[in-house]
Design a binder for this molecule. Sequence first.
Ligand code: PRP
Ligand code: MG
Length: 178
Amino acid sequence: METIRGKRLSLLIKEEDIKKRVKELGREVERDFATSKELIVVGLLKGAFIFMADLVREIKLPLKIDFLWVSSYGQSMESSGNIKIVKDIDVDIEGREVLLVDDILDTGLTLKEIYEFLRIRNPSKLKTCVLLDKKERRKVDFNADYVGFEVPNLFLVGYGLDWGELGRNLPGVYAVED
Ligand code: PRP
Ligand code: MG
């Protein structure tokens, strides 16, 4: 039984199921960006790093990767709704085809704001991909173009998601038990 800080974790999505779904997402992205000469995949740090690493290996197209380091939650379990750009991307995305990747879409505050932050730089195409979608928590009108799994409103860790920076390295997605 996995635990973090004495709290038990219950497995929600196992490693093999993530792997299978990530392959499918790769096929979807390939289909939609089939004519792309050079796709730019932008991941949101830190949460997206594992999903992004797996996803790009399933996209058999010429692509470049970059990361945008944003922070909204800090140590808290709730979104502060106050997104901070810790580090911007290095590439110029004007006229380029961009796929924005994150681990989870929760209130939607982060992705909606970052989508707009990139959109005003005039990419020719901008799509979003998240592994997890906690739909019932949405506070703003925003949905991702590609979603791995819809998940219930539980506090989740693993596969990039953390609880106070712990648990990102768990290969599956777990709910922290009360
Ligand atoms: C988490 C998660 C998403 C965001 C989703 O990031 O990785 O980026 O919150 O929440 P929202 O839809 O309510 O905005 P966090 O700010 O915790 O930082 P991290 O990626 O470094 O874990
Ligand atoms: Mg994040």
